[in-house]
Write a protein that binds this ligand. Structure first.
Ligand code: PEP
Ligand code: MN
Length: 347
């Protein structure tokens, strides 16, 4: 990768110390351009980045004040021009990242055939194009429902065949990557695994579109760099998903960072998805957050919907009912229109 670094030397360094720095930079394959101004020496270094021997390590030299990289650390997910955008093809009928905003909806966990079929038929009738449902669940406690595993994947597949909806489900570990990829249209990497780089690489290598949640303690740069692992593994089909970060706030489960939408739009050509359900942890807030997300330019929404949230096996408080989802799908339409977007449909 081409790289440009600015190296500022301390005021009053001797010529010998300056030469030592210049020689070191050149010995690492960089060409140098020296600027002398007001007794200060500033070096612009151009070359190929060699990560094990980054020039940033020169800050440890006594004569060096500061080393600043000019380029971003992420290269492949980076948006080159304002027009550049990636449209991720999910299947023959659904693509994300174009003008249409897609609704991904379904239960937190797949529980049984009746539940997933009921949700699938209903969310499809209300405008969803993608069915979500966890088969492998990352639960905080080992005593909580861990998901139906492969049986859950088979039920999702059945719902896909019955409705034509695409499927998104989470893959928790490298050991299940092939299995999950066999059934799903999109592999979800959850917040707890957002920096599990070996899992990211293995998931990317399946070639399936990847939805990468933001880790609950991750800075945006770290999230972009995690996405870089997917593209760097030869898979261009990446969706970033904001799902709330951990803050001091207690009125919500997490703090949904909607400012991530315009930031990610500027930084990356990959589509951005908003998950308001994990984002706030409360069914009552889902509508407002979806409206905000579409107005701000989200490319898709990932919403937890359950026929009977009070009896859900996971995340009951944040799941909305089938009827609430139907109302939500109507309520966001004027905001989509105002944003110059349309609602995604199958076809
Ligand atoms: C989920 O989508 O149900 C889930 C567990 O998501 P997250 O990884 O964002 O917590
Ligand atoms: Mn959930």
């Amino acid at each position: 990768m081409e790289s440009m670094m600015i190296i500022v030397l301390k005021a009053g360094v001797s010529e010998a110390d300056e030469t030592r720095v210049l020689n070191e930079i050149e010995s690492r394959g960089y060409s140098v351009h020296v600027i002398r101004e007001g007794g200060r020496v500033i070096i612009a270094a151009f070359g190929k980045e060699q990560t094990p021997q980054t020039l940033e390590a020169l800050t440890s030299w006594p004569q060096v004040e500061k080393v600043t990289p000019v380029q971003k650390r992420y290269k492949l997910v980076k948006r080159g021009t304002p027009q550049e955008r990636t449209i991720v093809r999910i299947n023959d009928h659904v693509s994300i990242g174009g003008n249409a905003v897609h609704l991904m909806a379904g239960p937190c966990s797949v529980e049984n055939e009746k539940q997933i079929m009921t949700v699938a038929e209903s969310v499809k009738a209300s405008g969803a194009t993608i069915l979500r449902g966890g088969a492998f669940k990352p639960r905080t406690s080992p005593y909580e429902f861990q998901g139906l595993g492969e049986k859950g994947l088979k039920l999702l597949d059945k719902a896909r065949k019955a409705t034509g909806l695409a499927i998104i489900t989470e893959c928790l570990s490298e050991e299940h990557v092939e299995l999950v990829a066999e059934y799903t249209d999109i592999i979800q990497i959850g917040t707890r695994n957002a920096q599990n780089f070996q899992l990211l690489i293995a998931a990317a290598r399946t070639g399936k579109p990847i939805l990468l949640k933001r880790g609950s303690g991750m800075k945006i740069e770290e999230w972009l760099l995690a996405g870089e692992y997917i593209l760097n593994s030869g898979n261009p089909n990446l969706l970033f998903c904001e799902r709330g970060i951990r803050t001091f706030e207690t009125y919500t489960r997490n703090t949904l960072d909607l400012s991530a939408i315009p930031i990610m739009k500027k930084e990356t050509h990959c589509p951005i998805v908003i998950d308001p359900s994990q984002g706030c942890g409360s069914a009552k807030l889902v509508d407002s957050l979806c409206i905000g997300a579409v107005a701000m330019g989200a490319d898709a929404l990932l919403i937890e919907v359950h026929p009977d949230p009070a009896h859900a096996w996971s995340d009951g408080p944040q799941q909305i009912t089938l009827e609430e989802f139907a109302r939500l799908s109507s309520a966001i339409r004027p905001f989509l229109t105002a944003a110059g977007r349309t609602l995604g449909h199958i076809g």
